[in-house]
Design a binder for this molecule. Structure first.
Ligand code: C2O
Ligand code: CU
Length: 461
């Protein structure tokens, strides 16, 4: 058994386990969301269980689900030995509930509690995760799905959440590698795992009937891994990105790319014929396609003969007035094998070597890590365009809290997103309307990068 976890290449076939995630409903007084240590069978059956940080002893945490326009209330109870907080990723909520310790709230200390209570204006697929030392806490398991249902649900036979992740486990003990400070991860592509799974399981499988129409909500919860995915025996459309519906569902005819923290909502028909398999495949590190999610197929049902209808738009999905937008620019610099920028760190200009000895490897607009001064102060309702130049040799998944943006290319405004994949040496431009007041982070969701320089913030007032 010692060699099995050595390499992800050994994880070929799936083990049959149907994961069921309970739906937690909420009552008048907020239900508890307890952050606690639990032991989870992450590695295949026959391996030891893994000690994880969990919400309510579940990995991923319990599905938190509400209807669009309702409120969500949860009391975070911290039974961990470390301070924590919960961020509700992608949902446009009240700034005080955003969960960023040190910016929007105090850290929730061990044994302490904090009540999150907010209205959910948008339908779609979101997630929640720890936002203190998130590089470690998310890698240890502090995340779960946050699903907001449309008032009128689309016509599908079932709705499934698939949270993709990779874990770096000791090959013998199946324990999570505790070296979160490893400089090689922080200064390069980030912390990758050696075991890749879905919904807290290696070799995750779903049951479906041939001919059924499924809504699949894919969430990339990994620290740094960019998933490249494709289908077999499934015919699908993209209906939403990062929770926000597309105006027209788009047939999936090429590889789906899902950067850390990004979500994609797909509607897929199970088109595998009798005797054929259906699966979601990922492009693996050795450049082979491998099963990420398998399907146990049964029965047969007539395939619907029409493409899915678009999901209803969320409120305030306005396009940006590019002509009157404030133009901002941000250069991302640093990392291994890049130029070695000077940076402002803790309010002082420093050379790159000095930055590195202080634990920082990256800069955003010349600043390494959180600064007292925000990257931009915007007035409520201001239209903004932000040109992002990736002057590093690594990809980055840039996430804006509190509002969605659109990528602009050739003057056209793309779909709304909250996390943008920026490729090495690429310049991209995003635009948004700053319509949510507060202090909002803008950071790389490769969490080791966020911890070592790639975190800044904007203020909307
Ligand atoms: Cu999903 Cu600041 O995070
Ligand atoms: Cu990054």
């Amino acid at each position: 058994m010692t060699d099995l976890l050595m390499s992800r290449r050994h994880f070929l076939a799936g083990t049959g386990a149907l994961g069921l995630m309970p739906c937690v409903s909420f009552a008048a007084s907020p239900a508890a969301l307890t952050a606690q240590i639990a032991h989870i069978q992450l590695a295949p059956d026959g391996y030891p269980v893994t000690e994880a940080y969990t919400y309510g002893s579940q990995f991923p945490g319990p599905m938190i689900r509400a209807k669009q326009g309702e409120r969500i209330a949860r009391e975070l109870v911290n039974d961990l030995p470390v301070p924590t907080s919960v961020h509700w990723h992608g949902i446009r909520i009240d700034n005080a509930m955003d969960g960023v310790a040190g910016l929007t709230q105090e850290a929730v200390l061990p044994k302490a509690r904090f009540t999150y209570d907010f209205a959910v204006p948008d339908a779609g697929t979101y997630w929640y995760h720890a936002h203190i030392n998130s590089m470690e806490q998310v890698a240890r398991g502090l995340y779960g799905p946050l699903i907001i249902d449309e008032v009128n649900a689309p016509d599908v036979d079932r709705d499934e959440v698939l949270m993709l992740d990779d874990w770096r486990l000791d090959p013998e003990t199946a324990q999570i590698d505790p070296d979160f400070d490893f400089p090689m991860d922080r200064s390069h592509a980030g912390r990758y795992g050696n075991l890749i799974g879905t919904n807290g399981r290696y070799g995750y499988r779903l049951s479906a009937r041939r001919g059924e129409r499924l809504r699949l909500r894919l969430i990339n919860a990994a620290n740094a891994r960019i998933f490249g995915l494709t289908f077999q025996g499934l015919t699908g459309w993209t209906v939403a990105l990062d929770g926000m519906p597309l105006a027209t569902p788009e047939p999936v005819d090429s590889e789906i790319v899902l950067a850390p923290a990004q979500r994609i909502d797909l509607i897929v028909d199970v088109t595998a014929a009798e005797g054929e398999e259906a699966m979601i495949l990922r492009f693996d590190d050795d450049e082979k396609w491998r099963a990420q999610v398998g399907f146990d197929l049964s029965g047969i049902k007539a395939i619907r003969d029409t493409a899915p209808a678009p999901l209803p738009p969320n409120p305030g999905m306005e396009t940006v007035n590019l002509a009157r937008a404030t133009q901002l620019e941000m250069r991302m610099e640093g990392g291994a094998m890049g130029n070695m920028p000077m940076g402002r760190m803790n309010g002082q200009m420093m050379g790159f070597r000095e930055m590195v000895s202080g634990g920082m490897y990256w800069t955003l607009a010349g600043v390494a890590g959180m600064d007292e001064t925000p990257f931009a102060r915007l007035s409520l309702g201001e239209h903004v365009r932000l040109k992002l130049t990736n002057d590093t040799i690594f990809p980055h998944a840039m996430h804006l809290h509190g509002q969605h943006f659109r990528e602009i290319s050739d003057g056209k405004q793309g779909p709304m997103r909250d996390t943008l994949l920026s490729l090495p040496a690429e310049t991209t431009e995003i635009a948004f309307v700053a319509n949510n007041p507060g202090k909002w982070l803008f950071h790389c969701h490769m969490l080791g990068h966020a911890a070592t320089g790639m975190t800044t913030w904007i203020e909307v007032a």
